[in-house]
Design a binder for this molecule. Structure first.
Ligand code: 2P0
Length: 325
């Protein structure tokens, strides 16, 4: 059969997804909003081949570990069922997400796999159907089908839990500076962390209501190119997500003392008049939402307190592209 390749970019949530109503289908408790990033992406080639005795999967030219291979095969089963085929696939994936950046690669990985896998199986899926498919691999992947600002509606079932673009071409100045605090694999993965917060934080339901209440204000900020409001809402939502983890049982923390130093610096810079806002995901790295013109000021302030720190600049990026090899 014919091989197809797909490229999908990572995204960073401005309103977070942090909990599932349905573990199997990955239906979230909240509607989330993200920005797809230009600099970081995954490219994946898939070919179904009747001669293969099992799925053969490599990431960056290395065979995958059994656990990860199993996860990909289960995802390929979704495609095989839909395409009514039972052949195994050769999957070659290359991550252009620097491991040191600690940026989520599961979003770009499953979005690219959905794109290349479905095309290689002969399916001609709409972007919405690709988002529904990618969601079942990893929730945040549903958003990486689209470029720019993207909203994943929590929905109530497989059909309604789907992402759509809010603003595909972002023609106003906004960027994310990722400050790399650690390149070590996280101790608590997102899947386990969000489950613990959901089941054990006494304030979880309140977080869900507050987060869903921020969807409209965030949409308005995006429509109005209002960096200050967008950043304020994103920072508040991120801190509230981390607060759920701190009060879970057992409590757990993704943020380290260095993360807090950076968050404090962001607040100080804001006091001095800069439009800078922090957002943090399931790890210690801090992403600074800012205006590109302020990069030199932010960098020099960061280097003053953390001379060794590494910083990656990321700008708004495109949605999924798929091509035949
Ligand atoms: C997000 N994160 O909205 C949130 C904020 C991390 C913190 O989506 O279990 O890898 O595979 O659906 O998508 C990371 O979680 O989790 C994530 P699964 P996923 O970006």
């Amino acid at each position: 059969m014919v091989a197809f390749t797909a490229r999908a970019h990572t995204n960073i949530a401005l309103l977070k997804y942090w909990g599932k109503v349905d573990q199997q289908l990955i239906i979230p408790t909240t509607t989330s909003i993200s920005l797809t990033l230009d600099e970081f992406y995954t490219e994946t080639t898939v070919e179904f081949d009747p001669a293969l005795p099992n799925d053969q999967i490599t990431l960056d030219q290395q065979p995958l570990k059994e656990k990860d291979r199993h996860k990909i095969s289960i995802f390929l089963n979704l495609i095989r069922t839909q395409a009514q085929i039972n052949t195994f696939a050769r999957v070659q994936s290359v991550n252009h997400v620097p491991t040191a950046a600690g940026l989520a690669s599961s979003a770009s990985a499953f979005a690219a796999l959905a794109g290349a896998g479905s095309a290689a199986a002969g399916l001609n899926l709409s972007q919405a159907d690709l988002s529904r498919l990618a969601r079942q691999g990893s929730g945040s992947a549903s958003r990486s089908i689209f470029g720019g600002f993207v909203q994943w509606d929590r929905g109530t079932d497989h059909q309604t839990s789907v992402a759509h673009p809010l603003q595909e071409n972002v023609d106003w100045p906004i960027q994310l500076l990722t400050v790399i605090v650690s390149d070590q694999p996280k101790k608590i993965n997102s899947r386990g962390g969000m489950q613990n917060a959901m089941q054990n934080s006494p304030f979880y339901q309140n977080w869900v209501e507050r987060s869903n209440g921020l969807v409209k204000p965030m949409q308005t900020a995006i429509n109005q190119h209002d960096l200050a409001t967008l950043g304020t809402i994103a920072e508040q939502n991120a801190l509230e997500m981390h607060a759920q983890n701190m009060v879970a049982n057992p409590p757990f923390f993704y943020l380290t003392d260095i993360s807090w130093q950076i968050i404090n610096l962001v607040q100080d810079l804001r006091q001095s008049g800069l439009q800078v806002y922090a957002t943090m995901d399931a790890g210690p790295n801090v992403k600074i939402i800012s205006h590109p013109d302020d990069t030199p000021t932010i960098k020099s302030a960061l280097f003053k307190i953390l001379p060794e720190i590494s910083i990656q600049v990321a700008t708004p990026g495109p949605g999924l592209t798929v091509w035949q090899n």
